[in-house]
Structures are given as C-alpha cells and as structure tokens.
Ligand binder design. Structure first.
Ligand SMILES: Nc1nc2c(c(=O)[nH]1)N[C@H]1C(S)=C(S)[C@@H](COP(=O)(O)OP(=O)(O)OC[C@H]3O[C@@H](n4cnc5c(=O)[nH]c(N)nc54)[C@H](O)[C@@H]3O)O[C@H]1N2
Ligand SMILES: Nc1nc2c(c(=O)[nH]1)N[C@H]1C(S)=C(S)[C@@H](COP(=O)(O)OP(=O)(O)OC[C@H]3O[C@@H](n4cnc5c(=O)[nH]c(N)nc54)[C@H](O)[C@@H]3O)O[C@H]1N2
Ligand code: SF4
Ligand SMILES: [Mo]
Length: 692
C-alpha cells in the first residue's frame, strides 16, 4: 500500500528572496504538492506560480548529480565524473598553490543573490582562508540602499507593511512580480483593501501603477531629480514635520537652500513628470501620516544610486516617517548571532585595507568586491593579481554587466570551481563543478543578514538526488582542506545551531516555531537618538569630507548621455516567472514565458515596422542581442523594457548555451561606474531597435 501524503511546513526559497510560508505535501520521498500556509506571517496563505511549481527544480532529469571535472578545453562542455574526495582535494590543491604563489587574496570567493545561509558560510570561508575578496552583486543590489541608510540615519529603512499605513509610495519596486526581500505583495494589497492610498513611481504602468491614486511615469534614471523636487515642495509649503526636523535632523537649513531651485517645473523637463503631478504626490505623501516608502532595486542599477537613496531617505525623514509604525522602520533582529561573529570577521582585521576595492576608493562600508573591479584584477593585475575563483549561487557570465568581459576573465583565471544545480554558461567555464542540494533538500535558515529583522525556518523535506551536497557541507569540507581544520565543525549543520545560539533554541525548536522576529520598536530615537555621528538623521552628511561623499543629495545628470544614434532608452525589471538567470529549464515556468520578451510601445513598434511576436535586434553602444517584441502601451514610446537573465539551457553546451544571443548584459558596460559602490549603468541605456 502506498504511503499517505504527509504535510510539512517550511518557507519558500531560492525562487526570489523567499518568504512565503508553505505546506509541502510529501509522499515516498517525493514532493507531490506545494501550497500556501494560511498562517504564514509574511504571506497569509499567498503563493505565486513559481512557488507552487518550485519542487520541479528537484526532479529535472538534467540536474547536476555528481562532481565533475573538465575533460576538454575550458568552456568546451566535456566532463568527467569524479568523486567528492577528488573534487575537494584538487580544488584545495589549486587554491593553496595560488595562495603560495600570489597570496590568499589572489583567490576570489564568489556569491550571487543571497539565497540562504551558505552565502555567509562562503564569506566565512574567505575570511578563514585569508582572502579579503568576496565577489558579489551588491554593487547593484541592496548595498546602495542599506549602506546609504546606515550613513544617513544609522539603519536600513524598511517599509512597514505589517502595521496599518495611510499611503504607500512605491518607488522603482514591482512587488507583484518580485516580492522583494520578502515584502510579499499580498501584504501590500491588503493595505490597499484597508484604505491605504497608493502612489507609484515607475517608467512602466505596472500592476500596482494600475491600482494607484497617482502614477508618476518618470523618465528612467531621473529618480533623484523627482525626489529633490518633492523635497522642494514639502519644504516650500512647510509640509514637513517641524518638530521632528527641529529635534532629530542635521543640516535642514542647508538642504532647504540646496533644493530651492529644484522646483517641480524644473524637474518636469528632466523627469517627464508634469509639475502638478509632482506637487500632488509631495503633498499626499507629506499629509498621509504615516506613509511607507517601498523602494525597489531599480534605483540601484545606475551610477546615481547613492544620490537617489539619499534623497529618498531625506523624504522619509522630513515627514517624520522614520521608525514610525506604518512608515519606514528599523527592523531589529531577534536574538541571533551577529553577522560579524558568524563570518569570523575577527580573523581578517585588515580586510578594509587589503580588499581590491580599497584601491578604487569606494565607500568603505562596502565589504564585497564589485564585479567590475574583480575582473580588472584578473585581467590587468590591478591592484594586484587574482588568479583563482570559487563561486556558489551565481551565474556571472549572465548576471554581471558586460558579459564579454566576464568571459575573458573566466578564460584567463588559472583555476575556477563552482557549485550549482544545473549546467549554466558560468558552470561551463569551470574546471571543477560541485552538484548541490537545494531548497527542500536540506535544513536552512532564510533571511539571515537581509536586514528585515527576522529569520525563517526552511527545514529539509526530502533527500537530495545522486551525490548532491548542501553548499554548506561543500564549504565545510573544503574549509578543512584549505584552512586550519579547527575552525570547521564536524557537521555543517553546526552553522544553523551557531546562528540560533543566542536564542537558546535548537534548530528543531526553531522549525517548530517557524520563524523568529525581533521586537517591533518605534521611535527609539526619542530615547537614544539616531546611530550617526551627530546622533541625528543626516540630511547633510557630517562625514562627507572624511569619506569624500557629497554632503547633500544631487541629481548629477542623466546616467548616460543622450545619443541621437540610439534614440530609445532601455530599462529592465525582474521577471515574474524566473529568478534572474535561473530556472529556464523548468517547463512549467518556460510555458509561461518561453522566450525573452522586449516590451515596446505600439507607436514605436509601428515606426520600426515591428509587430507583436517579431524577433527584434536591440543595440546599445556596447553590443546587440535579440529578443521578441511584446507590444504594450505600459511603456513610454521612448522607452523599451528588455528581459534580463536569458540563456538557453536547451542550446549547445559548446557555445555555453548561447549566452551571447539574448542576454541583456551583452548590452551593458563597466565604462562608467558610480563612485560610491562601483555601480554600472544596467539600465537607462540609449538603444535602438530593428526588426530581425
Ligand atoms: N542587466 C542586469 N543585470 C543584473 C540585474 C538586472 O536587473 N539587470 N539584476 C542584478 C541583481 S539585483 C542580482 S541580485 C544579480 C543576481 O545574480 P546571480 O545571483 O548570479 O543570479 P541567479 O540567477 O539568481 O543565480 C545564479 C545561479 O545560482 C544557482 N543556484 C540556485 N540555487 C542555488 C543553490 O542553492 N546553490 C548553488 N550553489 N547554486 C544555486 C542557479 O542555478 C544559477 O545558476 O544579478 C544582477 N544582474
Ligand atoms: N520573480 C522574481 N522575483 C525576484 C527576483 C527575480 O529575478 N524574479 N529577483 C530578486 C532580487 S535579487 C531583487 S534585487 C528584487 C528586485 O525587485 P524590484 O525591487 O521590484 O526591482 P525590479 O524588478 O528590478 O524593478 C522594479 C521596477 O522598477 C522600474 N524601473 C526601471 N527603471 C526605473 C527608474 O529609473 N526609476 C524608477 N522609479 N523605476 C524604474 C521597473 O519598471 C520595475 O517595475 O527582486 C527579487 N525578487
Ligand atoms: S512570492 Fe516568492 S516566496 Fe512567495 S511563493 Fe512566490 S517565489 Fe515563493
Ligand atoms: Mo538583487
């Protein structure tokens, strides 16, 4: 008789930042159904299609199941199956040889979008090995908002969707597709049902824009100009919270003087948003008391990201919404191990001075290496040679700006090892490949280190296939071979116990609780001030001279100059159906979005002789790719919205699955980088299109 279905509670992960509480039906070590848990703290029963089919990831026939060693030339797609011992020994030998010859810093440890606890174990591995160089996408994700927050108000301000708010100002965030950082869109929709007003700032008419009271369809890359104009209105019309400004901000007079000329009329020309709409948005936001500003990743994908983040925090501050229920809060962690302690930051005290980016003088708090500078070190030896790479959870050939440069760097490295679930363009460039266990196949902790004040239990539900190991086990066993073994536990699950230690919970007890959340504490500044050098929100940065930062937020001009040869502007947004470059091999996702689609306004398409479904060549100064036309008036006639993350798992391994054909990062470059975070322009790129 066959076993009855058993239901296990866990949290969705690795399909976006994760967060939905799930009920997973299991039968004979196989997942038969995934559904939303009505009691879920973040989702209250909600799930998306991606989450519901997420178990398909585990059973795909082409999944990597055994360690592999390159058999032909690098990138040729020829492999030989080897044992774990051989894979780990050979990796250790290569990394130690590089360490001997060039120093530990010549090995880069790669991570991608933080997917689970292994992200932090990888940083720990780098620290213990002695390399200050962890290569991450933080230049374009999270760090700009987080670090600017820390400099401006002492914390990372998160939109509070859990307490009632009167208005959501959704800025460059497409929550109904991205559910960014566990801000699950069902919570935002519930706020609307409860009567909250909605303003959306987005060049595209998103689903939320359709529901909005005001939609500001701004010209891509001009968020800072728009925010400064809103600050202008709020100050000129005395709509700000005078008491908060008086007691808890630094540099108000300077900011007021600075935005005097940033009138809505002046901004209208730059942003394409009519002046009266800017005024209405500013007035509504200031009057809402409270309003939550839900900012998204699109503000982190061009060289002006620091100024945009600064100006938006100034908006939150002037209206008194920081640390306010239903505003933008400081999400306090529960009692868990701090990040620094977990990653053993103590073992690498000179990291700040020795990391590659120190030479490039990015903002000192940025503790990972921007891909632009990693590749410079590999290809030019600047500031010193980097010769080895061990990467997990990332697909640099597709996700880093300027894919050709990435290809050259990966061709040039002396040694490359990667851990992944599946053959990808980047895995093709490896010498050794580690097959890993995935969500549902291992015990994991979610949302650690994301700054939202909670951790989520992601217990194991089924066994992994073949010889797949959790990334954490791979790093633990590699760690024992490349660094003093006393730093590494016998069993990798000790890492889970470490995080939980201060809570006094075992992992099993944590799983029973489901999640741990820090205390909700509002207006703590009334007792303690803000954790900045002046103890106040720094509208003007007191440390500007010391860190060579701009004291006041500016609109420094368009991220890329206008170019008549490239009359359209290209933007992008995360796909509802995929995670970045991942999972195009899953049929039930591919059915929803079989090909990369570029959104084009019907008038623009007509002017180019393009019809819906046509193959379109998209060109920037840096390259050309092809995608398929989707005609929609959701985009401005001068803007196209191209798809990110595309390669073709069904394609030829000898061309690394056609990463040149439709991949948006063939159109980007690292020619211009933001000073503070080394952020390249991934969007607002002048481009042109033609029917192919
Ligand atoms: N042009 C452009 N470029 C972008 C962006 C953009 O909007 N436009 N977005 C940027 C942003 S915000 C980010 S965060 C980055 C993301 O960049 P990446 O993190 O590199 O991209 P992903 O596709 O999320 O993940 C890459 C790989 O992780 C593998 N993977 C999934 N789960 C696991 C696991 O459990 N273990 C291991 N070892 N591997 C796993 C997947 O199979 C996939 O090959 O891309 C950035 N790049
Ligand atoms: N389904 C899915 N979910 C994801 C991901 C995924 O790949 N797929 N990735 C995860 C990751 S790592 C991240 S960082 C988040 C990101 O998720 P979000 O923060 O939602 O960011 P994006 O989807 O990149 O863009 C959000 C919106 O910004 C708009 N936009 C583009 N340019 C501009 C501009 O110049 N100004 C303004 N104001 N708006 C602009 C886009 O039209 C889009 O609607 O999503 C996470 N969740
Ligand atoms: S919204 Fe995100 S966390 Fe929720 S089910 Fe979908 S992929 Fe999973
Ligand atoms: Mo991201």
């Amino acid at each position: 008789m066959s076993e009855a279905t058993r239901w296990v509670k866990t949290h969705c992960a690795r399909m976006d930042h994760g967060g939905c509480s799930l009920l997973v039906g299991v039968k004979e070590n196989r997942i038969v159904q995934v559904k939303g848990d009505p009691e879920g703290f973040l989702n209250k029963g909600y799930t998306c299609h991606k989450g519901r089919v997420s178990a398909d990831r585990l059973t795909h026939p082409d999944r990597l199941k055994y360690p592999l060693k390159r058999a032909g030339g690098r990138g040729e797609g020829k492999w030989q199956r080897i044992t774990w011992d051989q894979a780990l020994d050979e990796t250790a030998e290569a990394l130690l040889r590089i360490k001997d010859q060039y120093g530990a810093r010549a090995v880069g440890f790669g991570v991608g979008m933080p997917k689970g606890l292994e992200h932090f174990v990888q940083i720990r591995l780098a620290n213990i090995f002695g390399s200050p160089n962890v290569i991450a996408s933080q230049d374009v994700c999270h760090a700009p908002r987080e670090i600017t927050g820390v400099h401006t108000c002492g914390f990372y301000p998160v939109a509070d969707l859990h307490n009632p708010t009167n208005l959501m100002l959704v800025w460059a965030s497409n929550l109904t597709s991205s559910n960014e950082e566990g801000q699950i869109n069902s919570l935002a929709l519930q706020q609307l049902k409860n009567g909250a007003k909605l303003i959306v700032v987005d060049p595209r008419r998103t689903l939320l824009a359709e529901k909005a009271d005001l939609w500001l369809q701004l010209r891509p890359g001009t968020s800072a100009a728009l925010a400064l104009a809103m600050l202008h209105v709020i100050i000129q019309e005395s709509l700000y919270d005078a008491q908060f400004v008086e007691n808890y901000t630094y540099g108000f007079e300077d900011l007021a003087e600075h935005v005097k000329h940033s009138s809505p009329e002046a901004a209208a020309d730059i942003t394409w948003v009519p002046a009266d709409l800017i005024r209405r948005a500013a007035r509504m936001y200031a009057a809402a008391k409270p309003a939550a500003l839900q900012w998204g990743n699109a503000i982190e994908r061009d060289i002006n990201t620091f100024d945009v983040s600064r100006s938006l925090i100034c908006l939150m501050a002037l209206c008194g919404y920081l640390e306010t229920a239903g505003g933008n809060i400081n999400a306090h962690d529960p009692r868990i191990m701090g990040l620094g302690e977990f990653v053993r930051a103590d073992l690498i005290p000179n990291k700040r001075k020795e990391m590659i980016s120190a030479y490039h003088k990015v903002i000192p708090r940025l503790m990972t290496i921007a891909p632009a500078y990693f590749r410079k070190a590999v290809l030019e030896g600047i500031p010193y040679p980097v010769r080895g790479y061990f990467g997990i959870c990332s697909n640099p050939l597709v996700t880093w700006a300027d894919s050709r440069l990435t290809y050259r760097a990966f061709t040039d490295l002396e040694f490359v090892a990667v851990a992944d679930l599946f053959m990808t363009p980047t895995v093709c460039m490896a010498d050794l490949v580690f097959p890993v266990a995935h969500q549902f196949e291992m015990n994991d902790i979610g949302h650690y280190g994301i700054g939202h004040g909670m951790i989520l239990a992601r217990p194991k539900v089924v066994d992994p296939p073949g010889e797949c190991w959790p990334d954490m086990k791979v790093m633990n066993e590699l760690g024992k071979r490349i660094s003093p073994p006393e730093y590494w536990p016998d069993d990798h699950e000790q890492f889970l116990a470490d995080v939980l230690k201060p809570s006094a919970l075992t992992y099993a007890e944590f799983v029973a609780a489901g999640y741990l959340k820090g205390p909700e504490r509002f207006k703590l500044y009334e007792e303690k001030g803000f954790r900045t050098p002046t103890g106040k929100v720094e509208l003007k940065l007191s440390t500007a001279d010391k860190f060579k930062l701009k004291p006041l937020p500016e609109f420094p001009g368009l991220p890329e100059e206008e170019d008549p040869a490239y009359p359209l502007l290209m933007i992008s947004a995360k796909s509802k159906n995929y995670l970045h470059s991942s999972y195009r091999w899953l049929q039930r996702l591919r059915d929803k979005e079989p090909r990369p689609l570029v959104e084009i306004h019907p008038e623009t398409a007509a002017a180019h002789g393009i019809s819906d479904g046509d193959q379109v060549a998209i060109a920037t100064r840096f390259g050309e790719i092809c995608q398929w036309a989707k005609l929609t008036d959701a985009v401005h006639p001068s803007v196209i919205n191209a798809a990110i993350g595309w390669w073709f798992p069904e394609g030829d391994p000898q061309t690394q699955y056609e990463w040149r054909k439709s991949n948006l990062n063939m159109l980007t470059s690292v020619e211009k980088l933001g000073r503070e975070f080394a952020t390249p322009n991934l969007k607002n790129l002048p481009c042109r299109i033609r029917k192919k």
